[in-house]
Ligand binder design. Structure first.
Ligand code: ADP
Ligand code: MG
Length: 192
């Protein structure tokens, strides 16, 4: 199996004193399902946000499919999808518009058939015309998963995805995600 993600000596310091990442090295292969575990404050979100270009790391390098993520920002950003830890959504927008808009952000042409299938798989289809503020916490989390998959990424990051999902739905969703062909999944969780 080929390596899709390489993290070489990545270091990140916040406010010149808080070392959140200290020379992190990691390699992840295509199709792998990888669990990144650690206590609160260990630097898990900092690491995956660095990979997704949301956090600027200080030194070291990260490559996706052998492309450096800083030099090839646009190409590599398209390959990743992230379900963030925080539930941050546009409250007054509908589920349908929101997920379709996310796809457009990555420069992908619209594909209503794909988005319909995605929303059905995530049991969100009957909520497609609802505004996001009308959804429960678990439904909002599923909208975030739909957004993260809207542009058909090859690597999916789930940052503490289970915090607002009940066990039943969590298992159903994780099972569906695991069945997506060639998708590399990195699940982040705190130690329980
Ligand atoms: P985890 O996701 O493993 O709980 P984080 O990556 O969120 O950990 O945080 C790692 C450390 O970096 C923590 O001490 C946290 O307070 C600090 N940190 C995270 N984000 C910021 C930020 N934007 N500014 C300053 N410090 C931060
Ligand atoms: Mg975190």
């Amino acid at each position: 199996m080929s390596t899709v993600l390489k993290i070489n000596n990545v270091t990140k310091t916040y406010n010149k004193k808080l070392k959140a990442l200290d020379k992190i090295n990691l390699q992840i292969k295509k199709g792998e399902i990888f669990a990144l575990l650690g206590p609160n404050g260990a630097g898990k979100s900092t690491l995956i946000n660095s990979i997704c270009g949301i956090v600027n790391f200080d030194s070291g390098s990260i490559t996706i499919n052998d492309l450096d993520i800083i030099q090839n920002y646009r190409e590599t950003r398209k390959v990743v999808g992230i379900v963030p830890q925080e539930l941050y959504l546009e409250a007054f927008e509908t589920v349908w518009n929101n997920v379709n808009y996310s796809r457009g952000l990555y420069g992908k042409s619209s594909n209503h058939v794909y988005i319909e299938k995605l929303l059905k798989e995530l049991s969100l289809w009957e909520k497609k015309d609802n505004k996001l503020r009308e959804l429960s916490g678990g439904m909002k989390r599923r909208v975030l998963i739909a957004k993260a998959l809207s542009h058909e990424p090859k690597i999916l990051f789930l940052d503490e995805p289970t915090s607002s999902l009940d066990k039943n739905i969590e298992n159903q969703i994780i099972e569906k995600l695991f069945r997506i062909k060639d998708l590399t999944i990195i699940v982040v969780s705190h130690n329980k």
